[in-house]
Design a protein around this ligand. Structure first.
Ligand SMILES: Cc1cc2nc3c(=O)[nH]c(=O)nc-3n(C[C@H](O)[C@H](O)[C@H](O)COP(=O)(O)OP(=O)(O)OC[C@H]3O[C@@H](n4cnc5c(N)ncnc54)[C@H](O)[C@@H]3O)c2cc1C
Length: 355
């Protein structure tokens, strides 16, 4: 059986980002790497969007970047600017293609479909397959998005809609999200923050159809692409082992209040690459404890008072957009945290400290 210095379990966003980071920094010249990935072929399956707070390796995979956005609740819309930290969308098809063609150049990197095909006894393992126990008390961000093309120009491609809460909430938190790629092309997503116990929330196709046809009043369009997913808003269980580092969702790289993960994965990859020569003794990388704690309180409020959340998100963005974006991207300082906290309804959040 073949042996490798490193094994990456799961060649998705985190696994491939790490392999690419190691490869371009020549960390795999004299080391061998096995990537375990069961999928038969790589095709577009996700659109990763985020506020660009730090540099990353995938500028050439950006589908579109925006400097303006809106958030709205029934009757009220807030227009915001984000030119300091533009919002970017990475096309997963371009991402997979770029990385896989680079990795092919190095004979030390080999893909396998199953971990059983290799001997893992003496390898260092980076695992991106989360172990998630089914628990009806856990919150998820679950969603479905379609890319549509319209016959006539319809969208303002300069401004995206982060959250449109002017829709049915069904005792959960629900919003639509629209990324206009051009005047006649956009990704439109229905997103729920819930425990996924209500199957009617998964009637995504009808929700999207209703939103496009009745809310946006758009009749002449065709669907060209669809993506669906569920992001755990809790940390997967973690068993500490000397030769394993969990990465990606499995490694706790998701910001629980937002689901944003992509840029944290890139920062984690850089951290591992910098420490790879001493990886057995490297300290665990994690999202700053301050955000872990604040997100936990935020989710407690969301769980107990879902009906208040549209107003809470709307109010949060009444702070300067720069401050909110830094906070949501784990880059805020104490004064910026305070500015956000002061926008929250005090009594509800205070009580949530003691649930
Ligand atoms: C549809 C979708 C859209 C998202 N959009 C955003 C976004 O806009 N912004 C953002 O920041 N985050 C987003 N996320 C969250 C997060 O960025 C992604 O989930 C990201 O793909 C997480 O990377 P990962 O490597 O942890 O998981 P994945 O990318 O899912 O990779 C895991 C890999 O493991 C493989 N695998 C599964 N089982 C096994 C096994 N037994 N053995 C070996 N391999 C296995 C899978 O085939 C997969 O390739 C999105 C998530 C989804 C699902």
């Amino acid at each position: 059986m073949k042996e490798f210095d490193y094994i990456i379990i799961g060649g998705g966003c985190a696994g491939l980002s790490l392999a690419y980071e190691l490869e371009i920094h020549e960390k795999l010249k004299n080391k061998t790497l096995a990537i375990i990935e069961p999928r038969a072929e790589y095709k577009r399956d996700k659109t990763w969007s985020f506020w660009k707070m730090s540099s990353h390796n995938f500028e050439d995979c950006i589908k579109k970047s925006w400097n303006n956005f809106t958030i709205n609740i029934p009757e009220l819309t807030n227009h915001l600017q984000c030119e300091n930290y533009p919002y970017q969308s990475v096309d997963s098809a371009l991402f997979y293609k770029k990385i896989n063609s680079k990795l092919k150049e190095n004979k030390n990197i080999v893909f396998f479909k199953n971990l059983k095909e290799i001997n893992k006894k003496d390898s260092f393992i980076f695992n991106s397959v989360p172990s998630i126990k089914k628990d009806h008390n856990n919150l998820w961000q679950h969603f479905c998005g379609v890319e549509i093309e319209t016959k006539h120009n319809f969208f303002d491609e300069e401004i995206f809609n982060l959250m449109d809460f002017d829709c049915e909430q069904r005792e959960s938190v629900h919003f639509f999200y629209t990324l206009p790629y051009s005047k006649n092309k956009a990704l439109i997503e229905t997103t729920w923050l819930s425990k996924m116990n209500d199957n009617s929330q998964k009637d995504y196709d009808n929700q999207i159809k209703g939103y496009i046809e009745n809310h946006l009043n758009l009749k002449n369009y065709k669907i060209t692409y669809k993506e669906e997913g569920a992001i755990p808003l809790f940390y997967p269980s973690y068993k500490k082992e000397k030769n394993i580092i969990n990465i990606g969702t499995a490694g706790g790289m998701t910001r629980l209040s937002t689901g944003y993960t992509f840029l944290n994965i890139q920062e984690h990859s850089k951290y591992i690459r910098k420490n790879i020569d001493n990886i057995f003794n490297t300290k665990k990388y994690e999202i700053n404890k301050k955000y872990q704690y604040l997100d936990e309180v935020f989710l407690r409020v969301l769980d107990k008072h879902p009906e208040k959340m549209p107003g809470i998100f709307f109010k949060m963005f009444k702070a300067s957009p720069k401050t909110v974006i830094k906070f949501l991207s784990n880059k805020s300082n104490f004064m910026e945290d305070l500015a956000i906290i002061l926008k929250m309804p005090k009594l509800i959040f205070f009580k949530a400290l003691f649930y």
